[in-house]
Design a protein around this ligand. Structure first.
Ligand code: F6P
Length: 513
């Protein structure tokens, strides 16, 4: 076969309707299931057939998926625009193993920080004085721990609760502080750069609030920092002895398994956190070693590429059938859209194909009563990932059976539909692709496995699309303009250099603020 390119995908024949694919291939339901760690990934209801799959696997080969995967695990600087290694896999490697970044094995450093976090978490968990941990961060320094804290509801310490403050809007910090007692609150200021305006503003407000109640000396016992930038942590007024570090080779959206997960570790304990990391590592090893045809992240990535570039689907819904995973779609939005929402390739040329999809979703069954109408009968095709578990993390079996019945029903209804020629409004066309990811139970390990699965999907897709999945220059212009506009709103500077519409917005705000 000649080298396949992305541009070839749109002209490939479309697979038959899923009804046909199942009718003509009795083995499909077994063959199109892939196991990875504790995850059972059923992609039999994906819009794909064997010939298309062969083409996609050839595309993976010709795009250098294996070489780029190996380069990541070798610590090469695959984040080219920032000239950095991409080392999140090192964060979950067992002690005694090796991951080299710039000629140095970083695994011992990783475990040194994990040990320090573990000692600190144990102290907080056993010392009765702290009952509320407030993580102040944004983006990767918020979404990971906030999502995982919620997901791990059943594994949390029963005395300590965590809150998460991220938004610069004062209502976020105001509502959390209103619910805090200064004497029993620990603030974790989480920022890779320690230069993010939202986090620093929220942290300053929290610091003032604490000092007003308990005096300056209390900061040492009630503030810790998580960052790669010790200098800025010290400048802010947190003793670097109370700082947990990580490294520039960990991307923000890939950092929940670094010290950024400190609040999660306090909640689920160091043992639970190590299980979480162990889950990531299982999938890392699967991704690193499984042949492409049996490699879950590769297969899921190829499906996504096929949907985007072959079939022209713009979005993907992630639909967890576990309310504890309510924040998982939001987490994946950053992971995927900040990674692959790019339109120039690694050589700086404009790409000629679509790249990252729009990711969205809500837990089932809530979404069923909101937007599933469009997924079933709308004019757009929305590929869906369903996620579910054999057992719920609660004792209400009736609820769980109903929940899972709904998941299976949605998957079936979308794929096969139900014809009704007499009443078109009751006609379900079907052929709406979906993947069903199942595991026994949502444990720390399984959560780590799910996250790592999607991380590697994003990596493979970024490779095929030829983009740098590990930078995020697209967030910079808005930040720069916000910095310019802030003094213009308060009257310290004159509105300058904007378009007429933006000038009008600024002037309206100045009149009404
Ligand atoms: O603005 C985007 C971003 O840089 C994300 O990539 C990152 O996760 C977030 O901001 C927070 O950054 P930091 O951890 O440095 O505060």
């Amino acid at each position: 076969m000649n080298d396949i390119t992305l541009d070839d995908l749109a002209s490939l024949p479309r697979p038959d309707h899923l009804r046909e694919l199942f009718a003509t291939d009795p083995g499909r339901a077994e063959r199109y299931v892939t196991a990875a760690g504790d995850l059972r990934i059923d992609w039999s209801k994906a819009s794909i057939d064997d010939p298309t799959l062969d083409v996609l696997l050839a595309l993976a080969e010709s795009s250098g998926v294996e070489a780029r995967r190996d380069a990541m695990f070798a610590g090469d600087h695959i984040n080219v625009t920032e000239d950095r290694a991409v080392g999140h896999a090192a964060l979950r490697m067992p002690a005694g193993s090796s991951f080299e970044v710039d000629g140095e094995n970083v695994v011992p450093d990783v475990h040194e920080v994990l040990d320090a976090m573990g000692a600190f978490a144990d102290r907080i968990r056993s010392d009765e004085s702290i009952t509320h941990v407030v993580n102040i961060g944004i983006g990767g320094s918020d979404l990971g721990p906030a999502m995982a804290y919620r997901a791990m509801r059943a594994f949390r310490h029963d005395r300590i609760r965590c809150s998460f403050v991220s938004n610069i809007g004062g209502d976020d910090i105001a509502s959390v502080l209103a619910d805090c007692d200064p004497a029993s609150t620990l603030f974790v200021v989480a920022s890779k750069t320690f230069g993010t305006i939202e986090t620093l503003t929220n942290a300053r407000t929290a610091r003032t609030w604490l000092i007003d109640a308990l005096g300056e000396a209390a900061v040492a016992d009630h503030f810790v920092a998580v960052s790669t930038n010790a200098e800025r942590v010290a400048e802010f007024g947190i003793d670097t002895g109370n700082m947990f570090g990580f490294w520039d080779w960990v991307g923000g959206r890939y950092s929940v398994d670094s010290a950024i997960g400190l609040s999660l570790m306090i909640a689920i304990g160091p043992v639970g956190f190590r299980e979480f990391l162990g889950g990531f590592h299982v999938i890392d090893e699967h991704f690193r070693t499984a042949p492409l045809r049996e490699n879950a992240p590769v297969l899921m990535a190829l499906l996504g590429v096929w949907y985007a570039n072959g079939l022209g689907h713009d979005t993907k819904a992630v639909l967890p059938y576990a309310n504890d995973l309510a924040r998982f779609p939001a987490y994946l939005q950053q992971l995927d859209m900040e990674s692959n929402g790019k339109s120039v390739d690694l050589d700086g040329h404009r790409v000629t194909h679509d790249t990252g999809p729009i990711i969205w979703g809500e837990p089932g069954t809530n979404g069923q009563h909101a937007f599933y109408q469009l997924i079933h009968q709308g004019t757009r095709i929305i590929p869906c990932d369903f996620i579910g578990f054999a057992k719920g993390n609660h004792s209400y079996q009736e609820h769980h059976d109903l929940l899972m019945a709904n998941l299976f029903a949605q998957s079936e209804a979308l794929a096969f539909g139900r014809s009704n020629d007499a009443e078109p409004h009751r006609n379900f066309e079907g052929d709406r692709p979906n993947t069903v990811i199942l595991a026994e139970r949502l444990t720390p390990s399984v959560l780590g496995q799910l996250i790592a699965l999607y991380e590697h999907v994003v990596h493979v897709q970024g490779t095929i699309w030829g983009v740098d999945s590990y930078d995020q220059w697209g967030v910079e212009l808005g930040k720069e303009l916000a910095n310019q506009i802030t003094p213009e709103l308060t009257g310290e500077a004159k509105p300058d250099d904007h378009d007429s519409a933006t000038n009008a917005l600024i002037s309206w705000y100045r009149t009404h603020r």
